[in-house]
Ligand binder design. Structure first.
Ligand code: ADP
Ligand code: ZN
Length: 607
């Protein structure tokens, strides 16, 4: 059995080796076992049911909540020569009938079904006809966290999927999710009656993603630096509000970027069209609220940028996880300013949620702020949050690459806190910083703040460094921001011991501005795939152009034909015959037969 799995992996999917836990999962399910699979986005979950589907007799029934994406998944499988199709409300009655007949005739390896369709008496009866000859290969339940009432993606129909187990107890089930936390995991096992299933929990590390967090400092210009590192590549830019989505998308288009907005306020048709363009075309930058992204399995998203704070570490990890599913170097970049946290707090307070829920959300936001201000390795912090230990600093995050000093900030914090106190706890950080730095401006004089004992005691730090200090004081709760949206600061409860000298505080001390620029310059390009030499680059460009034509003529997304990583490997190795081409990762038998000659032709003309 293991041997045939590996053979199929190479021959059908064109991959040389299994990744992480794939092999164990595939063997377990192929042998008839139930499995609950937790793997990060991009970890390679689909293969965990697609390969057993080919190894076992009959048709695998794949439950997926994402109707819009079934087509692409099926297209990708068909490109590999796998007999796959889907059944959902987008099909006409005659087409649906045809699918049903193919299922009964045993002509399908995989059938994707929407949960509401699966649960219809008609479809269940159809499956009954199959089971007599034990021709349901397995049930795969994708996005299994949709069963959880507490998640953002709750789907009531998922609760009824236990019917599968009740009616066909002998058919193995595999439930998959990228949601990491333990309570959700327990809820999935319980609600889907998978307590007896083997649990396969992968590391949630995404080694090819570089994490970076920056203080907001002219956000759009900073965003352009990120985009410039990935020119011509696809990316996602998340903003908190619809208005900011629109404004950011407009500003990017003015800079010549192929940027599209996406948020719940747009027409369903416009949204679908923007999503379609993002999926199908090379190099579209999607500017979106978090309404965008669930189930987007475009493999070659090179960066995910957050222009505002996400709501929680969970949200942040899920959103950034959409970068680099293909395993190529990618970037997760977040920039945040002092006002962001206050705004989010206000949104939590103003929501209709019960108090207990609000407290949870405030705590989640605290954790995220702590992460942003930390000087520790980002990967270590992220994985620690999800209960995983990463043995050493990763070497692939901003804090590892340009370490930030952590200093004893007790004295600095005391200056800041006293100044907030002496100015009456009714001003925002900007004004307090002016007082600390001894600025001689009208507002300072108007309130007589130039006569305070704290006036000018903070000249040793520049305004940017002070802003960082204030953010950290807010993040640690030493300062609190009022929730009315004016951003005025007051002392937090924990500030008393610090002011009394009973506790100390360490602070992250960002380098002064010029140095920071240089550091950034040094990093440029490192979060992107390796540079190709001129010849290879020419071949790569030619291959991409060919792929674009081929995708358009078949009405398919480009990545369904070949991933960038595959084209890059072809461009580097420049194979001259089909045997050599077959060795490339991502070139399986069906694609070799279909595209091999065309590829060699492209290579010979680009030589
Ligand atoms: P997930 O559903 O977990 O987010 P996918 O199943 O979409 O991830 O896989 C992510 C990407 O990794 C896909 O582009 C897939 O082709 C690729 N992949 C999966 N398994 C392997 C493997 N063993 N070797 C190389 N690439 C793989
Ligand atoms: Zn690191």
């Amino acid at each position: 059995m293991p041997d045939s799995a590996l053979l199929l992996l190479r021959d059908v999917f064109g991959h040389a080796e299994f990744r992480g836990g794939q092999e164990a999962i595939i063997n377990h399910v192929a042998a008839g076992g139930d499995a609950l699979v937790l793997m990060p986005t991009g970890g390679g979950k689909s293969l965990c049911y697609q390969l057993p589907a080919l190894l076992r007799m009959g048709t695998a029934i794949v439950v997926s909540p994402l109707i819009a994406l079934m087509q692409d998944q099926v297209d990708a499988l068909r490109q590999l020569g796998v007999r796959a199709t889907f059944l959902n409300s987008t099909l006409s009655a005659p087409d649906a009938l045809e699918v049903e007949q193919a299922l009964l005739a045993g002509d399908l390896d995989l059938l994707y079904v929407a949960p509401e369709r699966l649960l219809t008496p008609r479809f269940l009866a159809l499956l009954d006809q199959l089971s007599d000859q034990s021709r349901i290969a397995l049930f795969a339940i994708d996005e299994a966290h949709c069963v959880s009432q507490w998640g953002h993606d709750f789907r009531p129909e998922y609760r009824q999927l236990t019917v599968l187990h009740e009616r066909w107890p002998q058919v193995p089930r595999i439930a998959l999710t990228a949601t990491a936390d333990a309570p959700t995991q327990r809820e999935i096992a319980e609600r889907l009656q998978l307590e007896g299933a083997r649990h396969f929990i992968s590391s949630f590390d995404r080694p090819n993603i570089r994490y970076a967090v920056e203080a907001k400092d002219g956000g759009l210009r900073q965003l352009m630096e990120v985009i410039d590192r990935h020119r011509g590549a696809s990316g996602i830019v998340y903003c908190l509000s619809r208005r900011k989505v629109e404004a950011t998308a407009d500003a990017l288009r003015e800079q010549g970027i192929d940027a599209l907005p996406y948020h719940a306020g747009l027409d369903a048709e416009v949204r679908a069209e923007h999503q379609r363009r993002f999926l199908r075309e090379d190099g579209v930058v999607m500017v979106a609220t978090i309404a965008f992204g669930m189930g987007i399995d475009k493999p070659d998203v090179r960066f995910v940028a957050h222009m505002d704070l996400p709501k929680s570490m969970e949200g942040y990890y899920q959103e950034t996880g959409r970068a680099g599913r293909d395993g190529e170097p990618s970037e997760a970049w977040l920039c945040f300013g002092m006002g962001d946290a206050a705004l989010l707090r206000q949104m939590i307070e103003n929501s209709d949620a019960p108090d207990e829920r609000k407290r949870v959300e405030h705590r989640k936001l605290d954790a995220l702020l702590g992460y942003c201000e930390s000087t520790a390795c980002r990967r270590q912090s992220l994985l620690a949050y999800f209960g995983e230990t990463y043995p050493q600093p990763c070497g692939n995050c901003d804090n590892c690459l340009s370490p930030v000093a952590s200093i004893d900030g007790t004295e600095i914090a005391r200056k800041a806190l006293s100044c907030v106190y002496r100015t009456g706890q009714r001003f925002g950080a900007g004004h307090v910083i002016d007082v600390l730095r001894g600025s001689d401006n009208a507002r300072v004089r108007q309130f007589g703040h130039d006569t305070l004992s704290t006036y000018g005691i903070g000249r040793d730090l520049d305004a940017r460094q002070w802003r960082s200090v204030f953010r950290q004081l807010l993040a640690t709760g030493l300062l609190e921001s009022d929730l009315d949206g004016h951003g005025s600061l007051r002392l937090g409860a924990s500030s008393t011991p610090l002011l009394r000298g009973e506790t100390t505080l360490s602070l992250r001390m960002d380098p002064a501005r010029k140095a920071a620029r240089r550091e950034r310059g040094k990093r440029d390009g490192a979060a992107t795939p390796a540079m190709l030499d001129d010849d290879a680059q020419r071949r790569f460009d030619a291959l991409r152009a060919w792929r674009g034509d081929s995708a358009r003529s078949q009405n398919l997304p480009a990545y369904v034909i070949f991933h960038d990583a595959t084209l890059r490997e072809i461009a580097v190795n420049a194979p001259t015959d089909l045997d050599a081409l077959a060795q490339i990762n991502g070139v399986g038998a069906a694609k070799l037969a279909r595209y091999g000659d065309a590829l060699l032709e492209v290579l010979s003309t680009a030589a």
